[in-house]
Write a protein that binds this ligand. Structure first.
Ligand code: FAD
Length: 404
């Protein structure tokens, strides 16, 4: 077992690498096993991230070549083509090149002493006397560890082996992410969101400008094939066609997004799950990088404490779940409610809500809604403004009255 470590991390995505980075900073001997031959490849995500979130993680500013664009706000489009926008006085989000971003976090972890093993798929957990004690690789090699951190993304394979419940399949949406050129009529410093059942049932479609007429476009859907929905969206949506009607897809990838808030138990003896593996994703937008990395940092702290106290029991590691809940439990609950309410609205209702938001001048009022990672708290702040309360009231009434 020459590769044995105090901690083994399964998966070299942003959450696995950030857990490794923070463990290495605390002096823990850590090894990351990544099934692919290159960190960040293949990429399935447009990497739309909040600047405040990155700052709070201590990794902003990023090297300029990683950041492909920055944004001052968002334009919401209703199914029939009405729109409503919120613009902030300073940039709030950015889009990163996910391959370079993942490599950057991994390089930081490596520089702190983390060992990376590429082309190294973890096949199973080694379990002895009820404790996870390491992993077995695809080639049969056994790697021992005091604690294994599962950062393998949405597959839930290791969760099941650790006897934990897997991600809720009802709360998975199928997504497509594409990079396109020859996009017209873009506001280059605004992200666009397109709501409506006809184009992205159970989620929404997005348009994230990069530069020079290029953009990242995508959507997720609860039903059907996302590839077909993307074609339909680009060629038929009344507003999207003005921008994407002649666009050419350069690359596309398919992956699922988990929207069901954090799994009820993300730890067991000698084992923790972080990032998408634990469904640490915003149910409203599907954004998981910032929340997952926040939880990865907590995981590193708890694992360090467990190793210091020589107690890797499920009881001790439960601190991880409690601390994650403390920073985001409320927000995830509010976002999940918002997701369910949005899913229940008909296209006609969405149209009238967007019109209402525009009429009531909600764009100004919503400028308090700046923390896009912790939306529950932002919503409470924004509710202090009577216009926002009115809009939420209208939204709730629309929801309560059901779909026509
Ligand atoms: C279409 C789409 C759009 C998205 N847009 C955004 C966005 O704009 N902003 C945002 O914040 N989030 C977005 N997300 C979500 C975001 O991509 C994830 O939340 C994020 O990648 C989670 O990071 P992770 O490290 O947990 O998992 P991943 O990034 O999935 O990394 C998991 C890693 O584990 C490796 N692995 C898996 N199994 C094994 C194994 N058995 N052995 C070894 N290695 C293994 C994989 O190869 C991979 O490298 C989007 C997701 C999708 C699908």
């Amino acid at each position: 077992m020459k590769k044995s470590s105090e901690v083994v991390v399964v998966g070299g995505g942003p959450c696995g690498s950030f857990a490794a980075l923070n463990l290495a900073k605390l002096g823990v001997k850590v090894a990351v096993f990544e099934e692919h031959g290159e960190i960040g490849v293949p990429s399935h995500c447009p990497g739309h991230l909040s600047i405040n979130g990155l700052k709070n993680l201590g990794i902003y500013p990023l090297p300029p070549k990683i950041v492909e664009n920055i944004f001052y706000g968002v334009i919401f489009h209703s199914p029939s083509g009405k729109n409503f926008s919120i613009r902030f006085p300073s940039p709030v989000t950015c889009t990163v090149n996910r391959v370079l971003f993942d490599k950057y976090v991994a390089r930081k972890a490596e520089n702190m002493g983390t060992r990376y093993f590429l082309n190294s798929r973890v096949d199973s957990l080694i379990i002895e006397n009820g404790y996870v004690k390491g992993v077995t690789l695809g080639n049969g090699e056994k790697i021992s560890a005091e604690i294994v951190i599962d950062a393998e993304g949405i597959s839930s394979r290791l969760l099941k082996q650790a006897d934990l419940s897997s991600l809720n399949p009802q709360m998975l949406v199928k997504a497509v992410h594409a990079e396109v050129e020859n996009v017209k009529n873009l506001e280059e410093d605004m992200v666009e969101v397109f709501l409506g059942r006809n184009y992205a049932p159970g989620f929404y479609a997005w348009l994230i400008p990069t530069r020079g007429g290029r953009a990242k476009v995508g959507l997720a859907t609860k039903i059907g094939n996302p590839k077909d929905y993307l074609q339909r969206f680009m060629r038929k949506h009344p507003e999207a066609t003005k921008k994407l009607g002649e666009a050419k897809i350069l690359r596309e990838s398919f992956h699922s997004i988990t929207l069901g808030e954090m799994i009820p138990k993300a730890y067991s003896n000698g084992f923790l799950a972080v990032g998408d593996a634990a469904s640490q994703v915003k149910p409203t937008t599907g954004g998981g990088v910032i929340l997952g990395m926040n939880c990865a940092r907590i995981a590193a702290e708890v694992v360090h404490e467990a190793l210091t106290k020589n107690d890797c029991s499920s009881r001790f590691l439960s601190k991880y779940q409690k601390r994650c809940r403390k920073i985001m439990g409320f927000d995830l609950k509010v976002m999940l409610k918002m997701r369910k309410m949005l899913d229940a609205l008909s296209d006609k209702k969405i149209d009238s809500i967007i019109q209402f938001c525009k009429k009531t001048g909600l764009d100004k009022a919503l400028q308090n809604f700046k923390d896009i990672d912790f939306q529950g708290r932002s919503l409470l702040n924004a509710l202090r403004n009577p216009r926002v309360s009115l809009a939420i009231f209208y939204f709730l009434i629309s929801y309560a009255l059901g779909n026509p």
